[in-house]
Write a protein that binds this ligand. Structure first.
Ligand code: PMP
Length: 404
């Protein structure tokens, strides 16, 4: 390998593969949790008309004030809470990580580190407030980002980019519920600067017990970000609870509600946190076209809401049809979903064949086999339109008949 690459690029980055998105040209796309419905033509025309006012020769409003106001109203952001916008919620995760990650030399004195876990503490690295004997021979404290596994892969990736150690706490294998005891123990042990909880979770689709999340927020020395990317598909939310804990932030995105192409995420929380995180935002991160398009779309929220309602209905229908198709054999074991996708476990060793069989029939889903030990034999199917779901079911039946 080019020596300079070896010298300059960090080993952990060299070891990575770039984020891969399969080519979906001409395929029915049920792999990426997108809303499958395009806009009615009249609305699309009005949108193009609205874009006429966008000034492409000027930089966008750096604070996207008009869009922020529209989001506040449409999403019922609690009074007194501020918003930070990102180029997708991915960028917000990155901003959070950049804002807290400390260069190696500064780690020892990071203010968020409790004295018991700081490498500066006395010889054993322990004091009498810490009772975990396994820590006595542990590594010096490293700034970390904690999340639940299997979970959204970008928490780990962005943590790594920013130099944060990733602490993944396994969910309970039977039903992907939150293992509260293990999570609290990991928080006590690692003192994470950031804890991300996807609610509902990706790729498992379930909500966690809100009482468990409350305990995690209360026990966390760092920030807890409840990631509500799939909020359009559930009635559960921590958004109205902002302000109950000083360290709670709620992150959302417009991607899953039908605007994935705009790349717009928003982080809601107490003004003093938002003010700090805002400092690492690149000046014009939400471009002119995204600002104008998102503000327009929010004025026509009824269209997006109707689409979301259809997806919720279709999710129920798809789940029932998959259960029918399986006929109690356990070849397509599905997990309950509060999101716009369904996690399905195939027979042992069959996920790859199912994925390929569907791909050959022009349907793209996500093969998760190998992504995490708990996801062995699993695939994730995004809920499509009624027609797309029917085609998927027909193809699954065909595959089943070919390979009973
Ligand atoms: N959070 C979760 C849990 C997700 O599943 C995703 C996308 N799959 C995101 C955040 C990122 O969303 P976006 O960057 O499109 O806003």
């Amino acid at each position: 390998m080019n020596q300079l690459i070896e010298q300059l690029i960090r080993p952990e980055i060299r070891a990575l593969k770039a984020y891969h998105v399969p080519d979906a040209t001409g395929m029915i796309k049920l792999d990426a949790m997108e809303n499958p419905y395009p806009w009615p033509e009249s609305l699309a025309n009005d949108w193009l008309e609205a874009l006429r006012d966008a000034e492409l020769n000027r930089y966008p409003d750096p604070r996207a004030r008009a869009l922020q106001a529209a989001l506040r109203e449409a999403m019922q952001i609690p009074v007194g809470m501020d918003l930070l916008l990102g180029n997708g919620s991915d960028e917000l995760i990155q901003m959070l990580a950049l804002a807290v990650a400390a260069p190696a030399a500064a780690q020892a004195s990071h203010p968020n580190v409790s004295p018991s876990l700081s490498p500066n503490s006395p010889a054993t690295g322990l004091d009498d407030t810490c009772h975990d004997p396994s820590l006595e021979h542990s590594q010096p404290w490293r700034p970390s980002l904690l999340s639940l596994d299997p979970g959204f892969v970008m928490y780990r990736m962005i943590g790594l980019f920013a130099g944060l150690e990733y602490v993944g706490v396994n969910l309970n294998a039977a039903d992907f519920s939150l293992d509260l005891e293990a999570t609290l123990a990991a928080i006590e042990r690692h003192q994470p600067l950031l804890t991300f909880i996807a609610y509902p979770n990706n790729p498992t689709g379930n909500l966690f017990d809100p009482a468990a999340i409350e305990q995690i927020i209360a026990a966390s020395p760092g920030l807890v970000i409840v990631d509500e990317a799939y909020a359009p598909f559930t009635d559960a939310s921590f958004l109205p609870r902002l302000g109950e804990w000083p360290n709670l932030l709620v992150m959302r995105t417009v991607s899953k509600m039908g605007l994935a192409g705009l790349r717009l995420g928003y982080l809601a929380g107490p003004a003093e946190w938002i003010e700090q995180i805002d400092k690492v935002r690149l000046p014009y991160n939400i471009n002119v076209l995204s600002q104008a398009s998102a503000a327009f779309a929010l004025r026509h929220r009824d269209v997006l809401d109707a689409q979301t309602a259809s997806i919720r209905e279709e999710r129920g229908r798809l789940a029932a049809a998959l259960a029918d198709l399986d006929g109690g054999r356990g070849h397509l074991q599905q997990y309950p979903s509060d999101a716009n996708f369904i996690l399905v476990r195939t027979q042992p060793g069959r996920a790859g064949a199912l994925f390929k069989g569907l791909r050959e029939r022009n349907i793209l889903i996500k093969n998760l086999d190998g992504a995490h030990p708990m996801l062995a034999d699993c695939v994730r199917i995004t809920v499509g339109t009624a027609e797309e779901n029917q085609l998927l079911l027909d193809m699954l039946r065909e595959l089943q008949n070919n390979d009973p």
